[in-house]
Design a binder for this molecule. Structure first.
Ligand SMILES: Nc1nc2c(ncn2[C@@H]2O[C@H](COP(=O)(O)OP(=O)(O)O)[C@@H](O)[C@H]2O)c(=O)[nH]1
Ligand SMILES: [Mg+2]
Length: 308
C-alpha cells in the first residue's frame, strides 16, 4: 500500500510535495495512521497542524473502519480551512498615497523577485508604482532590481553599494510623493549571519519612513520561502517580534517543496497572507486564497495513476 512512500521518502524533503500528492494511499485504516502522520510532517504541516489532522482522522475512523484517499484530503482540507480562517488579506489597504510596502525576510527567500512581481501586479491593476532598492549590502541586488525596473518600465530609486538603506528608503519615499505614485515597494537585505544588524537596519528604515511622513502606516510583509519548511516559524517569530509584521507572502509554491508551513505560521501569528509566488516570472504571483492554496496542496485528479 505504501510502496511509493517507501520509494520516495529516501530522497528526502524536497520531494515532500510530490510525496503528499501522490502517496496518500487509497485506503487508510488504524494501522496506517503513522504513515499518514509521516507524510503530513514531510509536507511541513509540523507540530502545529499535523496532530489536529491526525485527531480528526482518528475520530472519523471510529465510524468507518477504512477511509478513502478523498476522505483524508477532505479532512485535511477542513482542518486547514479552520486554521486559515481570516488569513485572506484584503488588498484594499489604507487610503494613504503613496502606500508603502516593505518586503523583508531572510536571504534568498525571493524578496527582490517578489518586489518585481508586486510592481507588475499593481501596475497592471492600474496603479502608479515605484521601487526602492534598499538592499545596499549586495551590489548584485541593486542590479537585479534595476534590471526588473527596466523590463517592467517601473521607476526605481537605486542605491550605491554600501550606502545607508534607510537613506534610500527616505529618498524613495520622497520620490514617490513628488512623482505622485500610488505604491512604493521597498526591497531590503536579508543576510542572517549578522542578524542583529539586519534587525537594526530594518527598524531604522521604518523609523526614517515615519520621519518622512509621521502619519505613514507602512505595510511590512515577510517573504517566506516554502522550501525552508518549518524553520519559517522561528524566522517569522524573530521578524515579528523585532519589526512587527503586517502581512505574509509565501514564495516558491511552484517547486517541489511542501508549503504546509504557511498554515503553521498563520496559526501562530495570525498575520494576513497577501500573495503566493509560483515561479520566477513577473506574472508568477497569485493573490492568496484559501481555496487555491488548498488546491495547490491537494490537486484534484488522481495523480497516483500517473505514477503507474
Ligand atoms: N521557482 C521559484 N523561484 C523563485 C520564486 N521567487 C523567487 N525565486 C527564485 O529564488 C531565488 C532568490 O530570489 P531573490 O528574489 O533574489 O531572493 P532575495 O535574496 O530574498 O531577494 C532567485 O533565483 C529567484 O528567481 C518563486 O516563487 N518560485
Ligand atoms: Mg534580494
Amino acid at each position: 500500500m505504501f510502496k511509493f512512500f517507501k520509494k520516495i521518502s529516501g530522497s528526502a524533503k524536497d520531494t515532500a510535495k510530490k510525496l503528499f500528492h501522490l502517496v496518500i494511499p487509497h485506503a487508510i485504516d488504524k494501522e496506517s495512521i503513522k504513515d499518514i502522520e509521516n507524510i503530513l510532517y514531510a509536507a511541513d504541516f509540523g507540530a502545529e497542524v499535523t496532530p489536529e489532522i491526525i485527531g480528526e482522522i482518528k475520530s472519523a475512523l471510529k465510524y468507518d473502519r477504512e477511509l478513502r484517499r478523498e476522505n483524508i484530503i477532505n479532512i485535511a482540507s477542513m482542518v486547514l480551512k479552520r486554521n486559515l480562517e481570516g488569513a485572506e488579506a484584503s488588498l484594499d489597504i489604507a487610503e494613504q498615497k503613496p502606500q508603502v510596502i516593505c518586503l523583508i525576510g531572510s536571504n534568498g527567500v525571493g524578496k527582490t523577485t517578489t518586489a518585481a512581481k508586486l510592481a507588475h501586479f499593481y501596475k497592471i491593476s492600474g496603479k502608479e508604482v515605484i521601487l526602492g532598492s534598499c538592499d545596499t549590502f549586495r551590489a548584485a541586488a541593486n542590479e537585479q532590481l534595476n534590471s526588473w525596473g527596466t523590463k517592467l518600465s517601473v521607476d526605481i530609486v537605486s542605491s550605491q553599494h554600501g550606502s545607508d538603506p534607510a537613506a534610500v528608503a527616505f529618498d524613495a519615499h520622497k520620490a514617490a510623493i513628488a512623482r505622485k505614485k500610488d505604491i512604493l515597494i521597498l526591497d531590503t537585505a536579508g543576510r542572517l549571519h549578522v542578524k542583529s544588524n539586519l534587525m537594526a537596519e530594518l527598524q531604522k528604515i521604518l523609523r526614517v519612513l515615519k520621519k518622512s511622513d509621521s502619519n505613514l502606516v507602512p505595510n511590512v510583509w515577510l517573504v517566506i520561502d516554502s522550501t525552508i519548511g518549518s524553520n519559517s516559524i522561528e524566522s517569522a517569530a524573530t521578524f515579528h517580534s523585532e519589526i512587527g509584521l503586517t502581512g505574509l507572502i509565501m514564495t516558491k509554491l511552484d517547486g517541489s517543496s511542501a508549503g504546509g508551513a504557511l498554515v503553521g505560521v498563520y496559526k501562530k501569528f495570525h498575520i494576513p497572507i497577501y500573495f503566493i509566488g509560483t515561479g520566477e516570472t513577473p506574472e508568477s504571483l497569485e493573490q492568496f486564497s484559501i481555496e487555491n492554496y488548498i488546491h495547490r496542496l491537494f490537486p484534484s485528479g488522481d495523480l497516483q495513476k500517473d505514477l503507474g
